[in-house]
Ligand binder design. Structure first.
Ligand code: NAD
Length: 440
């Protein structure tokens, strides 16, 4: 039932339709869950996802077509193909920070690949979870798609079942539990995790451009973005101008009172507010802008902290909130050594005008992806695989990688009944052995 291309196309069309027709309801739910500004929610969690789904529809014929592979002459005549087949029943577990995108997009790829899908939205974005639980079954084929709302217990119950693939987006702690739960069934797992994404600002960078892009990337969704720059490492020569430019940009984007800005979001809940306040209390750095919070409103000002040392509290774990520490370095070797000493990040950012340095950073570091002279936008290039490496995750999606993640690449070799030189069959007399050794 889920295999015919017409069925897959119909599901993708319905998903795109849902994102168009229900955009207002979705952005309202996102605002309720984490105060996402309407246009930001629409762009990142609704419209961009719809565009990606429309891209999947356009490429479906190409991705599903069997791919021909060259047959070595020793096995000719023959025809070899890679035939993508659905994996079966897949489970998608989503996070709260982009609760539509991180649930609906993996689901779209799973359906495009011909699977049935169960999705579990995050309980920490309850308005969105409830809305998706209502909308998805009404737009999609209810025989092939099920939404299972709930928290960790529900996720564990689901993980105890046998799935053909589990696609998880969230933090590394739960990612480990997901991997362990999948192991008894030998279920393949994709882990889309997070981590501390470094942004290196070289002295050759245009600091105004870097500041504008960093401030945007960091404070989007109040810093609760997996590909946000977690911290900045800046060449000492550019430190002063960069800090000044960032303060200016914060003011420009969110006014001198970001609490009243319609363009600034909120921290998701009290627990995360308390965690972030704890980080600010513990840092030995100097707050150059922000720092104020209003827990009742789950508001934490866009905050930039300078003079941060490598062993500061802000440099331990993924910050996942609107706090941007800035560490200065004397030589880029120091910055690269720091990156290479830690977990492999989901994204690495580099601001510079020096193409040799770009090549060096790409060659000498490992991360899910690299974006030069911008941040976060790499995931908007549909053809680029999106995923982590090492502690930032395993597997990838977006574009062809998304289709491949939810497909098995089946190897098929077709040989005719007649027409072969019977060299491979025993008995191996002297002549056959001589010929085999000569020709193979
Ligand atoms: P999380 O790991 O706390 O939760 C994710 C999902 O796991 C939720 O649906 C939750 O209900 C479920 N869960 C929680 N405890 C569980 C348990 N014990 N067993 C099974 N399931 C359980 O993550 P989060 O707080 O929702 O999201 C934030 C993290 O996600 C950050 O680290 C961020 O970087 C990362 N993230 C990554 C991406 C990406 O695409 N790589 C995107 C968004 C967020």
């Amino acid at each position: 039932m889920t295999r015919p291309l017409a069925w897959r196309r119909a599901q993708l069309g319905q998903l795109a339709l849902m994102l168009r027709a229900e955009a207002d309801q979705l952005t309202t739910a996102l605002a309720e869950d984490m105060g996402k500004p309407e246009i930001e929610a629409w762009l990142t969690d609704v419209a961009a996802v719809r565009k990606d789904i429309e891209g999947i529809e356009r490429r479906l014929d190409n991705w599903t077509a069997p791919r021909h592979v060259r047959v070595p002459w020793t096995l000719r005549p023959g025809r070899a193909q890679v035939v993508p087949e659905p994996l079966g029943a897949v489970l998608v577990i989503g996070p709260w920070n982009y609760p539509v995108r991180c649930l609906v997009l993996p689901m779209a790829f799973a359906l495009a690949a011909g699977n049935t899908v169960a999705v579990k939205p995050s309980e920490l974005a309850p308005a969105t979870a409830e809305l998706l639980a209502k909308l998805l079954p009404s737009y999609l084929d209810p025989r092939a798609v099920v939404v299972v709302p709930g928290g960790p217990d529900v996720a564990q119950d689901l993980l105890a079942q046998r799935w053909d693939h589990v696609f998880f987006t969230g933090g590394g702690r739960v990612g480990r539990l997901v991997l362990a739960a999948a192991a008894p069934h030998l279920t393949p797992v994709t882990l889309e995790l997070g981590g501390k994404n470094p942004a290196i600002v070289d002295h050759s960078a245009d600091v105004d451009v870097a500041a504008r892009r960093l401030v945007w990337g960091k404070f989007l969704n109040a810093g609760q973005t997996c590909v946000a720059p977690d911290y900045v490492m800046v060449d000492r020569r550019a430190e002063g101008p960069l800090l000044a430019a960032m303060v200016k940009q914060v003011n420009k984007m969110f006014s001198d009172d970001p609490r009243t800005s319609g363009s600034y979001g909120r921290v998701v809940n009290e627990a995360h507010m308390a965690r972030l306040a704890g980080l600010l209390a513990a840092t030995k750095g100097r707050i150059v802008t922000g720092g104020t919070s209003l827990p009742a409103d789950r508001y934490l000002a866009p905050t930039v902290v300078a003079d941060v040392s490598w062993d500061d509290a802000l440099m331990e774990d993924e910050i996942f909130g609107p706090i941007l520490p800035v560490v200065s370095y004397g030589s880029v070797d120091e910055a690269l050594a720091h990156v290479n000493a830690g977990d492999k990040p989901l994204a690495l950012y580099l601001y510079c005008e020096d193409s040799d340095l770009v090549e060096r950073v790409v060659a000498e570091t490992s991360s899910g992806g690299v974006c030069v002279n911008h941040n976060a936008v790499q995931l908007a290039v549909p053809g680029l695989p999106f995923g982590g490496v090492g502690a930032s995750g395993m597997g990838a999606y977006h574009g062809r990688a998304g289709f491949d993640t939810f497909s098995h690449a089946k190897a098929v070799l077709r040989r005719p009944q007649r027409g072969e030189v019977p060299l491979m069959y025993p008995p191996y007399g002297r002549l056959k052995r001589w010929v085999l050794k000569k020709v193979v």
